[in-house]
Design a binder for this molecule. Structure first.
Ligand code: URA
Length: 433
């Protein structure tokens, strides 16, 4: 068997068998298959797709490319969550400490930014000192000791996905259902949680652009979860406009700390509470979702969720003083305000455009080895359905320098559409599968 024949087979649209998929995953993980060959095959998969059997084989090959964690000696109700990617998506950072504060252990491996979508790992890395790359023993020890650990994909967990994920990001192959489903589920299975809740985003700023694609992605991931004996629930949520007020790494950490201090944006709260109540249900906390939501509110109000977040940051060697006083976070060098040019109601705020600008001003990567600027991003002072007056502030661009801010100011301005007629707020939650 050789990689050229496998690339050729997928290039002409044929399906790959288990041996061929295993050969590719093993070879790419151990370095005997080069980046450019993997890139060719990934591009062919992206264009020609995969059938269900191929997706299942790809997922389990990636899971088996490294270690898997066994938490049975620690707990049997560990619950994990993952998002298929969004712009301004800080849900994990807020939700994980809330769930843990309710006594349900959270052990989560997060990804870095992918395409226009930000990565939880990059956001956490903006907390000075926070160590995302702890050994497996420490990951387990932290979960046992404080009931929570959030790490990046640095351990030897689904290493094939780690390589393919970074490669996809740099060759524009992020929006493929087979690649997303296998990427997410391979690492969720390897990371050892007992059950999984997936936020399947849908819309302009998501990889699934419409409901049909989002449902198909949800269906295949649920099926993989079932086969791996990990009950999996998918929450479909809208990603037509960015989630919350901020897009950018340390800006989103600040917004998350605000949330845990009880200052929240409505859309973020709806997604956090919907996913969280289902996580609690799967973990055996209570089948009553409203009750679960009320308990989530309780640990925000009594400060236990914020306390848990501080414990997490401290345990992973981060500087807790930044969480105690988020004003300490380094600020972008240049902030450019954007103003409305007419009265009306915000009728559209294009998540894809905002996500792209965020990457282009340094908040994401264009090449896999690029460094990220944690300070840059966009503040959305107005969101869909907000009333706005001519000359009123609608956004701030937080940039490295004046040149970057000015270059993208018109793009950010055009991401907003203003209608003469009132627009009504719509919940980002679409359906639960
Ligand atoms: N998150 C992942 O881990 N992988 C993807 O492909 C998309 C989102």
């Amino acid at each position: 068997m050789n990689i050229l024949d496998i690339i050729e087979k997928k290039k002409i649209g044929n399906s790959l068998n288990k041996e061929e998929i295993d050969f590719f995953i093993k070879g790419y993980t151990d370095g005997s298959i080069a980046d450019y060959q993997a890139a060719a095959l990934i591009m062919a998969i992206c264009i020609n797709g995969m059938n269900e059997e191929e997706i299942l084989n790809l997922t389990f090959a990636m899971t088996n490319s490294g270690d898997t964690i066994d938490f049975t000696n620690i707990a049997n109700n560990i619950v994990d969550k993952h998002s298929t990617g969004g712009v301004g998506d800080k849900v994990t950072i807020i939700l994980a400490p809330i769930i843990s504060a309710l006594g349900i252990p959270v052990a989560k491996m997060s990804g870095r930014g992918l395409g226009i979508t930000g990565g939880t790992a990059d956001k956490l890395a903006s907390i000075p000192g926070y160590d995302l790359e702890i050994p497996i023993d420490e990951f387990k020890k932290n979960v046992k000791k404080i009931g929570i650990s959030l790490i990046s994909q640095s351990l030897n967990l689904a290493p094939a996905d780690k390589k393919i994920y970074a490669l996809r990001d740099s060759i524009s192959c992020t929006d493929s259902i087979p690649l997303i489903a296998s990427s997410i589920m391979s690492k969720k299975i390897a990371a050892g949680a007992n059950s999984i809740v997936l936020d399947v985003t849908c819309g302009n700023g998501a990889f699934a652009k419409n409901l049909e694609e989002a449902r198909e992605l949800a269906r295949i991931m649920k099926k993989i979860g079932e086969l791996a004996n990990k009950p999996t629930v998918c929450v479909l949520s809208s990603m037509e406009e960015p989630l919350g007020r901020f897009v950018g790494n340390n800006l989103e950490i600040k917004e998350s700390v605000n949330f845990l201090n009880g200052i929240y944006e409505k859309d973020v709260k709806e997604v956090v509470f919907e996913i969280g109540s289902i996580m609690l249900k799967l973990a055996g906390y209570s089948d009553d979702l409203d009750y679960n939501k009320s308990k989530m509110q309780e640990v925000i109000d009594n400060g236990n969720a914020l306390k848990k977040f501080k414990e997490l940051v401290k345990m992973q060697k981060g500087d807790v003083t930044y969480i105690e006083n988020p004003e300490k976070f380094e600020k972008a060098n240049y902030i450019l305000p954007i103003y409305a040019d007419k009265d009306g109601f915000i009728s559209k705020l294009d998540a894809m455009v905002i996500g792209k600008v965020s990457v282009l001003i340094g908040g994401g990567r264009l090449k896999k080895e690029d460094d990220i600027d944690y300070t840059v991003g966009i503040e959305l002072c107005k969101k869909v359905a907000d009333k706005v007056y001519k000359g009123e502030l609608i956004a701030n661009i937080y940039a490295k320098n004046e040149k970057d801010a000015v270059e993208y100011s018109n793009t950010v301005f055009k991401a907003f559409e203003i209608s003469d007629y009132p627009i009504f707020y719509k919940s980002p939650i679409i359906e639960v599968i």
